[in-house]
Design a protein around this ligand. Structure first.
Ligand code: AMP
Ligand code: GLY
Length: 427
């Protein structure tokens, strides 16, 4: 079977690496991919939102499975496009259609969905610009910190946590009236603040059955000690020491099962990943958000721990035939450190030559924003590499990741030195 992966990040490099190990897999194609995927698979220069171009690759290369990495094409309806085209509709695809992708594409939809199905989440109310006065009055009844969320996709930036009612009113005006996040903030949720510790849980479902993949914790802020601006993610670890069997049982019973049953009851077909962003509040899980894809960089820590044939699992998901078998997971720890271009998440330079990649590293090196220039690998994005160490202990996994990171460099390279440190005493 030939497999096509859509995307160009570290997540997609990790997917390509894992799927290549499947007994079902002949050749892996990545559209558009990066310098890392070019080394293990065939890159095709088609952007993720060019559905016609993607359809053509499927026909030209006899693709037997499509795996969609990022949310953009899912929310834009790549599955619906495939299903409506007679020459593409038989190709199994991992990822929900437009209706299911609303779980990520609209925070108001996902909040209402959770409320309809009794899934624990923070209280929230949605407002449009036309209800500005009402929204301002509502904020006067909220106890800070106050969470404001743009309804639509905002590249992970659409959440503001205000420490006072005054600041929240000003931010809300910026979002609703000045469209701080464009049309994504034409509607805003004002949400109660949840005090706890976050983790990410990943589910693969065919709409009927599901498997829960290893959980992970990611580190979103640019600065050490979780300070500074939000990023796509600066590191991840798996397993998560505070997510023991009791907690995970609660997650399955209170969140995973009602989510899948809720989709079914609402007649929303769903074949793909559900990424559940959770807050552990005093031992109880609350949903912060749903994503309809895997996380980046969580994928780079989660997939290396899966021992089952992942290509088989993905194909079964896409065909609606997920087996009732337990997932085989390695007990080892995985720790991922993301190396970024200096300046990220603000402006940064591209095109800097990366050195040290070809040494012998006791770690997995996944590429994100990288490209080939002549015979060099150069930086081509904010998040450039994700380095995953694996070991029997979290400490050992971190050490392997950091040892490799220390030997790779480019002009302006930056990475956080404290990934996983907060959890070492629990691990
Ligand atoms: P999101 O874009 O929904 O992932 O939100 C970004 C970040 O904001 C999350 O990872 C949380 O750290 C934080 N956040 C979102 N909602 C809440 C909430 N209700 N209470 C506390 N923190 C939140
Ligand atoms: N690392 C968070 C995300 O992929 O959304």
């Amino acid at each position: 079977m030939n497999v096509l992966i859509i995307g160009n990040g570290g997540r997609e490099h990790a997917l390509a690496w894992k799927i290549k190990q499947s007994s079902l897999c002949d050749e892996v194609f990545v559209a558009p991919g990066n310098a890392g995927t070019a080394a293990i698979a065939r890159n095709v220069a088609v952007p993720v939102d060019d559905f016609e171009g993607i359809g053509k690759i499927c026909k030209d290369h006899n693709i037997g499975l499509v795996v969609v990495g990022p949310e953009g094409p899912l929310v834009a309806g790549i599955r619906d496009y495939f299903e409506q085209d007679a020459s593409l509709s038989a190709i199994p695809l991992v990822g929900p259609g437009r209706s299911g992708a609303r779980l990520e594409g609209s925070k108001d939809f996902s909040k209402q969905f959770m409320l309809r199905h009794g899934i624990p989440t923070a209280r929230a109310k949605a407002f449009l610009e036309a209800n500005l006065e009402e929204a301002m009055e509502y904020i006067s009844t909220c106890k800070p910190p106050i969470v404001l969320k743009a309804d639509g996709l905002a590249a992970g930036k659409g959440v503001i946590i205000s420490l006072s009612q005054r600041e929240a009113r000003e931010e809300l005006r910026q979002m609703l009236v000045n469209r701080k996040f464009g049309e994504a903030s034409a509607k805003v949720l004002v949400e109660e603040f949840l005090n706890g510790i976050e983790l990410s849980v990943f589910v693969l479902t065919d709409g009927e059955r599901y498997v829960i993949l290893p959980e992970a914790k990611d580190y979103k802020r640019i600065g050490e000690g979780d300070t500074g601006l939000n990023t796509g993610g600066m590191g991840a670890i798996s397993p998560v020491p505070f997510a023991g069997p009791d907690f995970m049982r609660k997650v399955e019973e209170r969140v995973v099962v009602p989510t899948i049953q809720g989709l079914k009851k609402e007649g929303i077909p769903y074949r793909g990943f559900i990424f559940i962003g959770l807050m552990n509040v005093g031992g109880d899980p609350y949903v912060i958000e749903y994503n309809v894809r895997m996380g980046d960089p969580e994928t780079q820590a989660v997939l290396p721990r899966i021992k089952s044939d992942f290509g088989e699992l993905l194909l079964a998901t896409a065909k609606g035939q997920l087996p009732d078998l337990p997932l085989e997971v390695d007990d080892e720890h995985a720790a991922t450190v993301v190396m970024v271009a200096g300046g990220y998440p603000n402006e940064y330079k591209k095109g800097n030559r990366i050195s040290g990649l070809d040494q012998d590293h006791d770690a997995l090196i996944f590429h994100a924003g990288s490209a080939l220039r002549d015979s060099d690998v150069v930086t081509n994005g904010g998040r450039v590499l994700a380095i995953t160490g694996r070991d029997g202990s979290l400490d050992g996994a971190l050490k392997k990741a950091y040892d490799a990171a220390a030997r790779i460099s480019w002009d302006g390279v930056y990475f956080r030195r404290d990934i996983g440190k907060d959890l070492l005493k629990l691990a």
